[in-house]
Write a protein that binds this ligand. Structure first.
Ligand SMILES: Nc1ncnc2c1ncn2[C@@H]1O[C@H](COP(=O)(O)OP(=O)(O)OP(=O)(O)O)[C@@H](O)[C@H]1O
Length: 205
């Protein structure tokens, strides 16, 4: 059964405590929306969940395969859109039909022969999202996936996320904009800033 949970997570970056005592529990079909001001630790939490950053304290319990997209689009400048997706498909054991599906789902079919260096920022972001699709992971960790996307593309991503959850997948998504994520749990990282844990305990009592 796909599951992603965290308990008592505390994150230290350099000498700075970013958040403390954070937890959640997601089963298949679940979603977690991360909000909070700049610097509150959304990307740091994503990196902890992706296994790229060791938590200072607490633990992550992950059952399933995870795919992570961060702020940067890892697009090779000399590969075409299709060649990039073919490369990722080979890396993750996906089929050519998965590449065609990803091109279609992200409105990239017309851009398939275009080299990465010629893509606009929104087009590069859509290609990065294509990598997520061909990766076929059960848990999607999406750090501000809509940056640079136009309204139609945001709607597409909302639909892809909904379909992934309907198929039993899990999504953790950070955003500064409105993003339709029905029934999602929400975490405002600002509530987990150092010292606030004491306040929350006080409020709960
Ligand atoms: N490599 C690093 N070394 C030290 N401190 C870091 C490092 N990366 C991030 N930080 C600090 O950790 C804190 C949290 O940063 P993070 O990028 O997780 O926030 P965020 O909520 O994702 O911000 P934004 O909304 O601006 O993307 C910030 O104070 C930042 O300066």
């Amino acid at each position: 059964m796909t599951r992603l949970a965290a308990s008592h997570l505390t994150c230290l970056r350099g000498a700075r405590l970013v958040f403390e005592d954070l937890g959640f529990d997601l089963a298949g079909g679940g979603a977690l929306l991360l909000t909070g001001p700049n610097g509150s630790g959304k990307s740091s939490l994503m990196r902890v969940l992706a296994g790229l950053l060791e938590p200072f304290d607490g633990s992550v319990d992950l059952d399933g395969t995870a795919a992570y997209i961060g702020h940067h689009d890892p697009v090779k400048p000399t590969l075409t859109v299709r060649e990039s997706l073919d490369f990722w498909a080979a890396l993750y054991g996906a089929d050519a039909s998965d590449v065609d599906a990803a091109l279609d789902q992200l409105a990239l079919t017309d851009l398939a022969p275009i080299q990465g260096r010629l893509l606009s920022s929104g087009q590069r972001r859509r290609l990065t999202l294509g990598r997520l699709l061909v990766q076929g992971a059960e848990i999607w960790l999406m750090d501000e996936p809509t940056v640079g996307l136009d309204t139609a593309a945001v709607k597409r991503v909302e639909s892809l996320v909904a379909a992934h959850r309907a198929a039993g997948g899990i999504v953790v998504l950070s955003t500064h904009i409105e993003f339709a994520l029905p029934g999602a749990q929400t975490l405002d990282l600002g509530d987990f800033a150092p010292g606030r844990a004491v306040d929350r305990a006080g409020e709960a009592a």
